[in-house]
Design a protein. Structure first.
Length: 436
């Protein structure tokens, strides 16, 4: 590739010639790893100083749910493992190369030996810029390419110290780049929190609207304005619930697999689903593998109509999807064809609340599996068809809103990746002092 005038080729791509190369060891006071307190005679505490293990360091920041606590004495004794605000942390064993930047609100804590801390002390270099530079996919792949050990991959502290960072010539531009990328991160984080909130609201709505004991307590404040109109009928219809066995409201259909040694059974036009394809999306349209007519006629699978609820009965019991094109399944399913008067959309949401019931009714020594007879005997509460449709509409609208937010989140993440590629290689400059 031809490098245009004023630019140079580096291991991270083409960058302006005026950019400075520095190793992490050139600009840092400490690049060291932590230690496990119990190795030195200390015990875990119920509260105290935060202690981070490598699994706490994720691609999205710090997961405090996996953290521990140690005493003040342990914190002081293990001073080399102490961390504080403005430190960078990078995982050096296992899933190497995950990195976080501890902002000004962090305070202090400690880390174990699977994490390295980087404390940048040269004030000519922006710490947040270093964090974003090391967060690039190219750097993550670089760390993964130099690991040693197959059972437990790791990189050394020397390899971390020797890592090269390319800086714009002024701290102003470093900070401008870091601020732009941090703003993008903040937008992504806020959207992730909103999605998490919307999912929690949907779970609450499911628990209320799908349970006759709580049905009249459905909180209209959780619903969109167009959904609240439906709830005016709620009190008039809440007494129309019936207790039914699943076998009374749906035909339960298993699947099958033709011989994989007979080539003309395969690569046909008939959808044939396996459990690994189910559970990610509400609707399922097309399978990875397909059967021929001969393959279908030489196994116990049968064609399922559009609208069938695909239900996995082994290898992940209770995963669901609504079939949107005709097809069949392997023997890892007990799918449900709804009888007249019952909504597949309603039952889709209801079955999501019954996963524990399905697991409790499963058996098997090699792997758990639930039989069709067990599924048929499970009792559920079902309102009349009008109410089934109303409830399903409310929950579907919530799903649609969450899906739209998830699509927006994916878009923002792609935009941020593009920003990193442009800003961290100097293709776009943010230094106001530069002339076009």
């Amino acid at each position: 590739m031809e490098v245009r005038k004023g630019y140079k080729q580096t291991e991270v791509g083409i960058i302006p010639e005026g950019w400075v190369r520095k190793q992490l060891s050139d600009i840092s006071e400490f690049i060291t790893k932590g230690a496990t307190p119990t190795t030195y005679g200390f015990k875990w505490e119920s509260s105290g100083i935060l202690f981070l293990r490598s699994e706490c360091v994720t691609n999205n920041g710090i997961d405090l749910s996996k953290s521990m606590f140690i005493s003040e004495l342990a914190n002081k004794s293990l001073h080399r493992s102490e961390i504080r605000s403005n430190d960078l942390l990078i995982t050096i064993t296992g899933n190497v190369g995950r990195i976080v930047f501890l902002n000004n609100q962090f305070g202090k804590g400690n880390i174990n030996q699977h994490i390295a801390k980087i404390r940048i002390t040269d004030l000519d270099f922006d710490r947040s810029y270093v964090y974003h530079f090391l967060s690039q996919d190219i750097y993550r792949k670089y760390f993964e390419s130099i690991v040693t050990g197959q059972a437990y991959p790791q990189i050394s502290l020397k390899q971390v110290r020797d890592a090269n960072i390319f800086f714009p010539p002024t701290k102003f531009e470093q900070t401008a780049i870091a601020t732009a990328l941090s703003d993008a991160d903040a937008l992504i984080t806020s959207l992730e929190k909103l999605i998490e909130k919307k999912r929690a609201i949907k779970q609450g709505a499911m628990q209320k609207c799908l349970n006759p004991d709580f049905y009249d307590l459905c909180d209209d404040a959780d619903l969109k304005p167009n959904q609240r109109n439906h709830t005016n009928q709620k009190n008039q219809s809440s007494d129309k619930w019936e207790v039914k066995k699943l076998g009374e409201i749906a035909e339960i259909i298993g699947g099958g697999t033709p011989s994989t040694y007979v080539t003309h059974y395969w690569n046909g036009t008939i959808n044939w689903f396996t459990p690994t394809e189910i559970g990610m999306n509400k609707y399922t349209y097309e399978s990875h593998r397909k059967l021929t007519k001969e393959g279908l006629s030489n196994c116990s699978a049968r064609i399922l109509p559009i609208g069938t609820i695909l239900l996995t009965s082994r290898a992940g019991i209770g995963d669901l999807s609504i079939l949107m094109s005709e097809g069949c399944t392997n023997q890892g399913f007990q799918s449900m064809i709804l009888k007249v008067g019952y909504s597949n959309e309603y039952l889709y949401y209801l079955m999501q609340t019954l996963k524990n019931v399905l697991l409790q009714n499963a058996s098997g020594s090699t792997f758990l599996e639930i039989s069709p007879n067990k599924i048929k005997q499970i009792q559920v509460s079902v309102p009349d068809f009008v109410e089934q449709t109303r409830i399903a509409t409310i929950l579907s609208d919530m799903d649609a809103e969450i899906t739209a937010l998830e699509q927006k989140l994916s878009k923002y993440k792609l935009i941020k990746q593009g920003m990193m590629q442009e800003l961290l290689t100097g293709k776009i400059r943010l230094n106001q002092d530069l002339q076009d």
